[in-house]
Design a protein around this ligand. Structure first.
Ligand code: MG
Length: 455
């Protein structure tokens, strides 16, 4: 099925096509069995299909005896933070994150909101595929309880962080524009920025699920935000994806930055606050700019497979100060090991309040690299593995890293080749010191693999 993806982070599909209630209820029952009918927290983003998904998974969970805590509309990081605070046995966030509006999905977490590791995912899929679902007897069927304070719990935690001081932020009162794409961040993000003492201008902060732009906060989808930042003479613009685990930054000059800069600037700030200067964890496909930042602070960068779960595992293993991905999903271990666009807002507000320079000057200090990203459409996953195998053979005399997909390095440039976990495509991305070099490298590999579909 083209429009159904079961990946490391959960299940995604298109409502009305692959996400039917029977499938959703069965998946929820499999997860209910996985947590032994324990206590579960459920939150959702604002997509208009969210309520349908919610009712179906509630039925599936209650049938396996789960006590279901309904957190309503809340961002993925908020749902997972509250899962940790309330020490529940599992969490599901109903979201398709940055995918287009017709998509929706389920993201699973285990006890205390921790992301599933490889063993957990295998066990869950075994329960689902082999239909090892354990239904509760009639008198043990679960109940639903509402949770109304998820947003406030998350905000209170962020305000208690040692590196966030609302007195310093209030004194400077940075003027910020926040674009939540009418998604799950629409309530919490303006509220947090106000509590921090920022002067807040809201853009698309109505939690109705009508996305006025692409939900993926890439620089080319943020035209309205860039214009408003300049028109209002704001110090910075912020943009989330639909479930607010990601954050994209727009400078005071109205320039939208790639998520790589969210990672690099946040790492610079967090390392400057860390007394024992430990390490940074990013994925194999994250930009080299974070290496330059880490070098300045004298700490190593560790690389994991692509995906929040893998970053989290590596961060725990290496005791990282901060971790994340070039998509703008950043993790702050004092809050939890999951990408958190909400905590990231506070970090940038503090950074601006402590600095005498505008955000564009901070960006100018970071050595520039250029990336090129393309994708090739494929017909099946089997086809992807054949293509990858022959690619590795052909380039066996070059520098190749197989941590996740293929990373081929040539001097200051590298190219990544990786089948997507959520779409039937192979992603090809390159990085170099000039845009031409990056484009050429990407093009060379695309030509080798097949026809590009769209950038
Ligand atoms: Mg997301």
């Amino acid at each position: 099925m083209e429009n159904l993806m079961i990946s490391a982070s959960g299940v995604r599909g298109v409502a009305g096509e692959t996400l039917d209630p029977a499938f959703l209820a069965k998946f929820a029952s499999a997860f209910g069995t996985f947590v032994n009918g324990g206590k579960m927290i459920i939150g959702r983003d604002t997509r208009r299909t969210g309520e349908m998904l919610k009712q179906a998974i509630f039925a599936g969970l209650l049938a396996t005896g789960c006590e279901v805590l309904d957190a309503g509309i809340c961002p993925t990081p908020t749902n997972l933070f509250v899962a940790g605070q309330l020490q529940v046995d599992g969490a599901i966030t109903i979201t398709a994150s940055h995918n287009p509006i017709e998509w929706n999905g389920l993201e699973f977490a285990k006890a205390n909101g921790e992301l599933l590791d490889e063993t957990d995912r295998t066990r869950l899929m075994e329960i689902f595929d082999a239909e090892k679902i354990e239904l509760a007897s009639w008198d043990k069927v679960g109940v639903v309880k509402k949770i109304d304070d998820a947003v406030d719990r998350h905000i209170d935690k962020i305000l208690s962080l040692p590196y966030i001081d609302e007195k310093i932020i209030s004194a400077k009162s940075p003027k910020v524009v926040i674009d939540c794409v009418n998604g799950a961040g629409s309530v919490i993000s303006p509220k947090l920025l106000n509590r921090l003492g920022c002067e807040v201008i809201e853009l698309y902060c109505v939690p109705d699920g009508n996305f006025p732009r692409a939900p993926e906060p890439t620089p080319d989808s943020l035209e309205d935000l860039c214009e408003l930042v300049v028109a209002k003479k704001a110090d910075v613009g912020f943009a989330h994806d639909a479930d607010a685990d990601r954050l994209t930054i727009v400078t005071e000059k109205g320039k939208a930055l790639s998520g790589e800069y969210t990672m690099a600037l946040a790492a610079d700030f967090m390392l400057s606050k860390s007394s024992d200067k430990r390490s940074v964890t990013v994925t194999v496909s994250t930009s080299q700019i974070v290496e330059d930042v880490a070098r300045k602070h004298g700490v190593p960068v560790y690389r994991s497979k692509v995906g929040c779960g893998f970053v989290a595992e590596k961060m725990r293993e290496t005791n990282a100060v901060i971790g994340g991905e070039g998509t703008g999903g950043i993790m702050f271990p004092e809050v939890h090991y999951t990408a958190d666009g909400i905590t990231c807002l506070a970090v940038f507000a503090q950074m601006l309040a402590e600095s005498d320079r505008p955000i564009s000057a901070m960006v100018d200090e970071i050595p520039e690299y250029f990336m090129s990203k393309q994708k090739v459409e494929i017909e099946s996953k089997n086809m992807a593995s054949e293509m990858m195998e022959s690619f590795v053979k052909k380039h066996s005399d070059e520098t190749i890293d197989l941590t996740d997909g293929i990373k081929l390095t040539r001097g200051n440039s590298w190219v990544g080749v990786r089948p997507s976990g959520t779409e039937p495509v192979i992603r090809v991305f390159s990085e170099a010191r000039t845009q031409n070099e990056a484009d050429d490298f990407c093009r060379e590999i695309i030509n080798e693999l097949g026809r590009p579909c769209r950038p």
